[in-house]
Design a protein around this ligand. Structure first.
Ligand code: FAD
Length: 403
């Protein structure tokens, strides 16, 4: 077996791994940094399969890592995108209530926004229509969040990877990590002795952690996010339109999302699934893991953990296009079920962990350091937005290097 050495080895070349490498490179221009990525590129999973929204930080509980790192990360990501002339649409977001209960949530979100340092404005129906002519104004009010923007996540990751390679970082695509022993990282036919190791393996981070000897008290629960694409190339949205979320449920709800080409998508759904990379059909399903995930899911549905039965009911409505159209009717006007179809190319899976002791889906980022290896678990949304700030946080608080 070949043997090599590096100062820092990062497992996973998604946006979290890339921004960690970039942050470390800035601090130590001479460090030998190696990123090990099992896929042929950086965008095969979460990084290339999200809505591309740079979130404001309004949703997350004040004091949580997600709140702090989202706000800081949004401005760092915007600075990166502007500095390198990448596409960004500073379109802002309208949070629209779709029920009386949602109207009662609006003041809570205003309060959270204020506490988290996010500028928001309560707007009336007239202002809503001036901002976005297609918006539904049934409840006569919405929350306007001007800082929310959209970028092209694939372009951002690709640009960053290219810059890293030019700066001497070695990104080894097609290289699965098979195990970590102490500070040695095993890959096919080779062992890399590392000064420090960071596990940023997204959907597989808990497995990589367990293979490195970490006893986790968390289990894993992947959720699939499907999108539907509007057929009409002339159909445009000026703003992002999201529902006011049900704060008892873990996800943000079906919303609009547009890309650089102006194409408009609706989604994502939030369906609990039994495979970490189960993007379609039986793809990515593994017996042992699937069985474990299936048993855990049945127990959660039975206990209605985190309102999962309520969520499953909401998801069931999205099984038909008329159900999706009914969901959208609360947000925007004039979209019929014949106007869109499911996008097979745009499907994402959330790297969600579950805390069996607390019987809750974990709703913040989790970082654990053990014996010189740092594990990043639960890099859920808004980890794309937060990534540069998340990288600083991990390096400042968890990373200890060894010569
Ligand atoms: C449907 C959906 C919509 C979202 N929308 C948004 C949004 O609008 N805004 C936002 O901020 N966030 C959003 N997110 C969240 C965001 O996409 C993720 O938080 C982010 O991409 C996480 O990045 P990552 O680098 O941790 O994961 P990944 O991109 O999954 O990268 C991890 C990498 O590790 C690699 N890997 C795994 N195991 C191994 C191994 N053993 N050896 C080597 N490599 C390995 C994988 O191949 C993968 O490339 C969304 C997520 C989903 C699912």
């Amino acid at each position: 077996m070949d043997r090599s050495t590096a100062d820092l080895v990062i497992v996973g070349g998604g946006i979290v791994g890339l921004t960690l490498a970039a942050t470390w490179r800035e601090r130590d221009p001479k460090a030998r940094i190696v990123i090990l990525e099992k896929e042929a590129n950086s965008i095969a999973h979460g990084t290339g399969r999200n809505s591309g929204v740079l979130h404001s930080g309004i949703y997350y509980g004040t004091g949580s890592l997600r709140a702090r790192l989202c706000v800081e990360g949004q401005s760092l990501m915007k600075a990166y995108v502007s500095e390198h002339d990448l596409w960004m649409d500073p379109c802002g977001k309208l949070l629209v209530p779709t029920s009386d209960a949602a109207c009662d949530t609006l003041p809570i979100l205003v309060e959270r926004g204020h506490a988290n340092g996010v500028t928001t404005e309560l707007v009336d129906a007239k202002a809503m229509l001036e901002l976005e002519p297609r918006v539904e104004t049934r409840y006569g009010q919405a929350l306007w969040i001007p800082s929310t923007s959209v970028v092209n996540p694939k372009a951002v990751a690709g640009h960053l990877a290219t810059r890293l390679i030019a700066s001497g970082v070695s990104i080894r695509y097609g290289t699965p990590v098979q195990g970590i022993e102490g500070r040695d990282v095993m890959i096919p036919g080779e062992m890399i002795g590392a000064g420090a190791i960071i596990n940023a393996a997204g959907l597989h981070a808990d497995r990589v952690a367990e293979e490195a000897g970490l006893e986790l008290h968390y289990s894993f629960q992947p959720f699939k996010g499907k999108y539907w694409k509007h057929h009409d190339p002339e159909f445009r949205m000026r703003r992002l339109v999201y529902p006011v979320p049900d704060l008892q449920l873990p996800f943000l709800g079906v919303h609009t999302a547009h890309n650089e080409a102006g194409e408009v998508f609706f989604g994502p759904s939030s369906t609990p699934i039994l495979g970490r990379e189960n993007y379609r059909g039986l793809q990515g399903l593994q017996w042992g893991d699937g069985l474990r995930l299936g048993m855990g899911l049945c127990a959660k549905l039975f206990r209605n953990t985190n309102g999962l039965r309520t969520l499953a009911w909401r998801e069931a409505k999205l099984l038909t296009k008329s159900g999706v159209a009914a969901e959208l009717a609360g947000l925007i006007r004039g979209v019929r079920s014949t106007d869109f179809s499911e996008s097979l190319a745009k499907v994402g899976i959330r790297s969600q962990i579950f805390d069996p002791k607390a019987q809750r889906l974990v709703n913040d980022f989790v970082v654990i350091e053990r014996d010189g290896v740092v594990h990043i678990l639960n890099a859920i949304s808004p980890a794309f937005t937060a990534s540069f700030a998340f990288a600083r946080h991990v390096i400042d608080h968890y990373l200890t290097t060894r010569e």
